[in-house]
Structures are given as C-alpha cells and as structure tokens.
Design a protein around this ligand. Structure first.
Ligand SMILES: [Zn+2]
Length: 511
C-alpha cells in the first residue's frame, strides 16, 4: 500500500441473514471464553470454545487459514488443546484437524493468540491491518482470524464454512465471557460491551462475521428503529465520538431505506489510529455482517472518514445480503462488490447530507471518472485484476473505479427506461429479494446481468462482457447526473457549471 494513497479496501466475507424465528430446541449452544494471558512474557489471549461434537463421533476443526491478503492464519493459534476428544493423526492439512470423541460429546478446544506482527497497527505493514493486534493496551481483530470453525457433520458448520455457506443455516445460542481483563478495559463486540454477552438464536456464523475491540477504546452506543450501533474508538478524530456515532446511525438508516431492507440488528464499528505516515493520510476499512472496523492515520480528514463509513456500511447489503458468495468473488466480482458499493457509498453520503449535489459531482469526477481515465491499467481485462489484486495497487483500484462508472451508467439507463420511477437501488433490492426467497442462490455476473435487464438495462450482459471481462473503455453517458448537470466528453468530466444543482428536478432525480 503506497503511503499517500487513501486505501479503502474491503474484504467482505460470508454474510448473515436476519435471524429467522426458530424454536429454542433447534438452536445449538456454543460458548466462547476469552481471557487475558501471557505467552513468553508477551501479552496474549487465551481462547476456548465449548460445544457438542458431531453425533458420528468425529468433528472436523477448520483453523483460520486465508483472509484477504493473509495466508496461513492458523500459525497464529498456539498451544491447541482439547478436552473430551483427541486429535486424530496423521494431520492431513495443517489448517484442518480431525477430532474423535464419544458421539455428541461436550468438547472444549483451547488455544492462545499472540500478536500477528510487530509494533502498533501501521500502513507500512498490511499484516498489522488484517492480523490480530494483541498488546498491553489493546486487542483488535476480526474474529474469523482467531476462531476455528467446526464441522459437526458434513455440510453442518459452526462458524464459516470453508466450502460454501451452510444451507440451510444453523442457529446458535452463543455465550461470550471475558475473563481476567483489567477493570478499565473496554470489552466490545457487536453483541455487547460487558464481561458476559449472549446472542440468542442467531446464525451460527454471526460470531465469525464480527470483530473485537478490547482495551483502551472508548465505547458509545446508539439505538434507533434499526437497532443498536456500538462505536469503539481510539484516538482523536475530526468529529467527537458522539458525532461519529450519530453519523454511523444515519448512514445505516439511509442505506436500509435505499435498499428497502433492514440493517443488522446490532453492529460494532471500531476505529483505531495507526502510526502517522511521513506524508499524507490513509484510511482502511473492512466490513463484516455485524459491523466494520477501520484504521486511520491520526490526520485522516473528515472527507476520507466519510468515504470509509459509508462504504463499509453499504457492504452489509453488497454483497452480504445478495446470496451465496461465488468462488473467487473477492477479486473476480470486485467490480460489483466494490465498485457498486463505492457508487452507493457516495449516494449514501448525499442522502445523509454529508455531500450536496455539487460536491457529489465533484467526488464522482475525482474518484471515479478521473481515477479511471488516468489509470495506466484502465483497459486491463478482469482476469488481470484477479491475478494482481493483492500485489498491484493500480489493478486493485481499477474494479472500484470501473464498477462505479458502470453503476452510474446503469443507474441513468434504469431511470430513463422507468421514467424516473426506478433506480439502481431497486436492482439491489431485487437481488436481496431473490436471496431471501432462495438462500442457495449464488451471486454471479449472469444473475446481476439478468436483474439489470429486468430493471431496464438494455444490454447488461454485453456491458459486463465488454467493459468488465474484456476491459474495453467505458464512456460515461451524457445523462449520468440527470438534470443536475451533464457529462462533458471533451473534458472527460461532469460539468461543474450552471445551476442545475439547486433545481427540484435534480433533487428528485438523485433521490
Ligand atoms: Zn469495500
């Protein structure tokens, strides 16, 4: 990651659907205990889980392995021990262990976690943004990098299914206990901020789709019609903690309204400062189904923070609510998962009055249009992006820019075809509805194209084949900003003159 770049990179993993009503006897008890510990005089976390093992007498343990750019995460789990079961040998794969036990035995698995890199979180070391931080002041981490998943029968996984999401999903009663932490430490997850937390009848992968913020965080909570937003923050920012919390709640409400789908019932947003950069600023975020986290340099501007929280919030819906994840989606489908998310994050900032119409156009000009037109990789086929996403910053940015431009074009086309009655947000609502009706449905380019076609995009499949797969240059439509202003092809930018911004027609069109 280059120092001057504002990095907003997302690794959205398997998501969670809203909890379905289930009978208490259908839920699976699952207990997680997290304690403060020391390993070789270094601060560590001791973690243990207790659950009922497989009825066949075998349970497969999938240790955390890959997440975003990181591999072999299982190396960070030390001193693995088990009670009421034994490890079968030989070990076939280092990230997979087999437990044998009395059928349906109550098993406890324990391990320790030490920090996965050295020093404090910093933009010079990607590991520090993805791997657990465990030091004397704080613990920061995505739970999926710290917790194994447990396959209690073929296709029945407590946690993240390494193959495909468990369908139908399993529901768990999850209890989390924090032990042995200093009294003044924050103990925040999406599900609470006290030493004993519980999640009843939630999808069993809820815990793995959330994050931890412990230690010197300041914790604030807000409740609105959509549920609880919990903020855990370290460092000083352009806004007060209360103001940040209010903006996060507003962003969630606006996105839920746009997609006509309620947001998660509770989320944890954590924001932690990194070491400053010699030059410039940086913000980085990752979204989970139950919240998102961010790292930012202490000088992060309000404008960059806005991009961060709107982008990560939109990820709750894109792609998490749109069905099963296609294999390789993180890079191959980044044009949609990241590009469309970037488009909706700007629209969300407009809806929450973080941007007015003209500043929205300025953002579109700078981030999407200029970014794309100046990109030395702008005509790279999608296969090149898949190849270089984690190693080449230009290739990593391209699907964000390219996808957002396609989103702008499609939105204008849908508006025109429907006489302004529909917009691109309705396409997302349609995909959400399909996934609600059939949780097995996979999010693929052809499914996106078909939903776009029925929404009024004339050549959606051909657009994807040409602009995404083959990488042909996208030209923004003249009407991508409706009656507010026009795209000036000679300048390669939205015209920023005129007073279309202030008209009622512009406000209606952008709604
Ligand atoms: Zn993202």
């Amino acid at each position: 990651m280059r120092a001057k770049a504002i990095a907003v990179i997302l690794a959205a993993m398997a998501g969670a659907f809203a909890s379905l009503p289930v009978r208490a006897d259908e839920t699976i008890p699952f207990t997680l205990v997290i304690s403060r510990a020391e390993v070789a005089h270094r601060p560590a976390l001791a973690m243990s889980v207790t659950f009922r093992g497989g009825a066949s007498g075998e349970t497969v343990v999938h240790l955390p392995n890959e997440w975003a750019s990181e591999k072999e995460l299982w190396r960070g789990l030390k001193s693995l021990t088990v009670k009421n079961a034994s490890f079968a040998s030989p070990i076939v794969e280092p990230q997979t262990r087999r437990l044998t036990h009395v059928p349906s035995a109550q098993i406890t698995l324990a391990w320790e976690i030490i920090q996965g890199y050295s020093g404090e979180p910093n933009f010079g070391d990607t590991k520090s943004l993805f791997r657990p931080t465990v030091n004397e002041h704080t613990v920061i981490g995505a739970l999926q990098t710290m917790l194994p998943s447990f396959e209690i029968a073929p296709g029945r996984v407590l946690g993240l299914d390494p193959h495909i999401r468990t369908v139908p999903p399993l529901f768990c009663d999850i209890a989390i206990t924090f032990e042995n932490f200093p009294k003044n430490w924050a103990l925040a997850t999406a599900f609470g901020a006290t030493a004993n937390q519980s999640i009843r009848a939630a999808r069993c992968d809820a815990l793995w789709n959330s994050n931890l913020a412990l230690g010197d965080f300041r914790v604030r909570e807000a409740k609105d019609a959509h549920g609880v937003v919990r903020l855990a923050v370290r460092g000083k920012w352009a806004l007060s903690d209360q103001a940040l919390l209010a903006r996060f709640s507003a962003a969630r409400a606006a996105a839920a309204e746009a997609f006509q789908d309620p947001g998660p019932p509770q989320i944890l947003v954590s924001l932690a400062g990194t070491e400053p950069l010699a030059h410039g600023q940086a913000v980085f975020g990752t979204a989970f189904s139950y919240g998102f986290f961010g790292f930012a340099t202490p000088n992060a501007s309000l404008a960059s923070l806005k991009v961060w929280w709107n982008h990560e919030q939109v990820h709750y819906w894109i792609p998490n609510r749109l069905g099963q994840e296609m294999e390789g989606a993180e890079t191959a489908l980044a044009w949609f998962n990241e590009g469309f998310t970037d488009y909706f994050s700007l629209m969300n900032a407009y809806r929450t009055h973080e941007l007015d119409a003209k500043s929205l156009a300025e953002e579109v000009n700078t981030r999407f249009i200029a970014g794309y037109l100046k990109s030395p990789a702008r005509e790279a086929p999608n296969a090149k992006i898949v190849e270089g996403f984690w190693s080449d910053r230009t290739l990593q940015q391209l699907p964000y820019q390219r996808g957002a431009l396609l989103a702008l074009n499609w939105n204008a086309e849908i508006k025109k075809a429907s006489n302004n009655k529909q917009s691109l947000a309705d396409l997302i609502s349609e995909l959400i509805e399909q996934a609600r009706q059939n949780p097995n449905v996979v999010l693929t380019p052809s499914r996106i194209a078909e939903a776009a076609r029925t929404s009024g995009v004339a050549n959606a499949a051909a657009d994807i084949a040409s602009y995404i797969d083959a990488g042909h240059l996208i030209t923004p439509r003249e009407d991508i900003f409706g009656p507010c202003t026009r795209y000036d092809q000679a300048k390669g930018a939205l015209a920023l003159t005129g007073n279309g911004w202030t008209t009622a027609a512009c406000a209606t069109w952008l709604k």
